[in-house]
Design a binder for this molecule. Sequence first.
Ligand SMILES: [Zn+2]
Length: 140
Amino acid sequence: MQRTARRDNPFERTIRSQLYARGLRYRIHYPIPGMKRTTCDFAFPGLKIAVFLDGCFWHGCEVHPPSVKKNTDFWMAKVERNRARDERATAHLTDLGWTALRFWEHENVATIVEKIAATVKARRGRVPSSPPLSGTLKDK
Ligand SMILES: [Zn+2]
């Protein structure tokens, strides 16, 4: 149950549906190439963009430190492991030439959607449709 709630919560769904409404198509829970059992929340694989929507508690947001009264060490260790894995995933994706976008669940939804849409647009612009032939510049 916990796993389901974490993986597909209202925050994720809201962002995805707003992107979808803008005509953006993504793959949900896309496995990170070369990392076992690690997925991003959704991805645009063709454009090499991975999006992570991080829950404040599970990913150790510094604005909202977890308030746990019992088993503090256990939870802290778990959050710490998540943070370490998050960093590895981001570094790994960057090495592969991907853009990793990370957002906190406390961030403004509209702002997040804007950033993702802008990144998709920028990435699309970079994909060469038909590279200019050599010599074209001589005309100038
Ligand atoms: Zn937070």
